[in-house]
Design a protein around this ligand. Structure first.
Ligand SMILES: [Zn+2]
Length: 373
């Protein structure tokens, strides 16, 4: 993974390179960024750079023996830990699946990964105590060839209490070791772990860099690229999902759904619910994010600065008519119910029942009158 393969984040890349050159590398770091920001890719590119035998001013050389192995994620001193679904296995036992998932999409989410690993069962992921002990014993061994033996722990959110086993290691890793935690959400990471890692923030990808990447990598035209960038809101993973769906695919379904919800007639709601819930879990998840974003946009349209809105002309036309039905009280209820729905959709809920209940709930909320102050 070269820095140049990562979308945007030039300032952060420069900073990481300069730290490497001056030898001021912290031995335990947390690369924190939201889904699709590229924090995992950045952690790998950084590990590759510190281990490159011939590092350039702006990137790894890409051709030395170390780089060639990093490129395929097969370097013997590059170790990965990530959540897996079988409690009796270690990350290294499914490393081939991991490598192929990374080669396919280094911006993947934990949901994507766990689906890929175990598509039928929708089991929860875990990083077990055995895995933590394996990390410790692996890092205790001498490195084969690298300058820095590197351990990447992806999604420390999954460590739970087993993470406490790692505290001593994180505080004082063996000489010549680099430990990089790569996470999305500090609220879900043990405080004892957070306090032992130097924080490296990976921001959302900005719209300009995202648009450029969509044009260059996916041959999008300018309009489509900027529409997708706006919707994806810095999440490249989401941008790629949106690429595979017709540009206005969400809007049409969203507007029909909201009308049906508002009407509160089962006969109108049922066909829309059927259509949504048979579109596949990945689509459903993105559709719910889109709905959430549109609901917030309608609220902003009504109460805040219109120039803050990230919507296109068709959507704007709808928001003008839809926004009068939103107010402080129901906005919170509706967005909360949508967040809940994402949570359950990822965990194998019965989508038809879930969307039917959700539709009735949203319908009731939209009809809740504004409380007089
Ligand atoms: Zn190199």
């Amino acid at each position: 993974m070269l820095f140049k393969d990562i979308i945007g984040h030039q300032e952060l890349k420069d900073k990481l390179i300069s730290l490497t050159k001056t030898g001021r590398i912290s031995h335990t770091q947390l690369f924190l960024g939201s889904e699709g920001s590229g924090n995992l890719a950045m952690a790998i590119a950084f590990s590759q750079y510190v281990n490159c035998l011939n590092p350039g001013e702006t990137d790894s050389c890409g051709t030395c023996t170390s780089c060639l192995k990093f490129d395929k994620y097969t370097h013997p001193d590059l170790h990965f830990t990530f959540p897996i679904t079988s409690p009796n296995k270690l990350s290294k036992e499914v490393i081939e699946n991991w490598r192929s998932a990374l080669l396919e999409n280094p911006y993947l989410s934990d949901f994507d990964w766990l689906q890929k690993l175990n598509s039928e069962s929708n089991k929860q992921g875990n990083i077990t105590s055995e895995e933590c002990r394996d990390i410790i014993s692996g890092l205790g061994l001498k490195s084969y060839e690298a300058k820095y033996k590197t351990q990447i722990i992806w999604q420390p959110e999954y460590l739970l209490n087993s993470g406490n086993i790692l505290l001593k290691l994180l505080e004082e890793p063996p000489v010549g070791t680099l430990i990089i935690l790569v996470g999305n959400n500090t609220e879900k990471i043990l405080a004892t772990i957070l306090s032992r890692a130097q924080l490296v923030k990976v921001p959302r990808i900005n719209d300009i860099d995202m648009t450029k990447a969509l044009i260059e990598r996916h041959e999008c035209d300018q309009q489509k690229a900027s529409d997708i960038a706006r919707l994806a809101d810095g999440n490249y993973n989401m941008a790629m999902a949106l690429l595979h769906i017709e540009q206005d695919g969400y809007f049409d379904l969203f507007s029909r759904w909201m009308r049906a919800c508002y009407g509160q007639k089962i006969n109108d709601i049922q066909p829309v619910v059927d259509e949504i819930s048979t579109s596949g879990r990945e689509y459903v998840k993105n559709f719910l994010h889109y709905t959430s974003q549109m609901i917030r946009s309608a609220f902003i349209y009504r109460f805040a600065k219109k120039e803050m809105l990230r919507v296109n002309q068709t959507e704007m036309g709808f928001l003008v008519k839809f926004s009068p039905f939103l107010h402080d009280a129901n906005l919170e209820q509706i967005t909360h119910s949508l967040d809940d729905a994402v949570f359950h959709a990822e965990r194998n809920a019965n989508l038809k029942i879930m969307f039917l209940n959700l539709s009735l709930y949203i319908g009731r909320q939209l009809k809740t009158p504004v409380k007089s102050v």
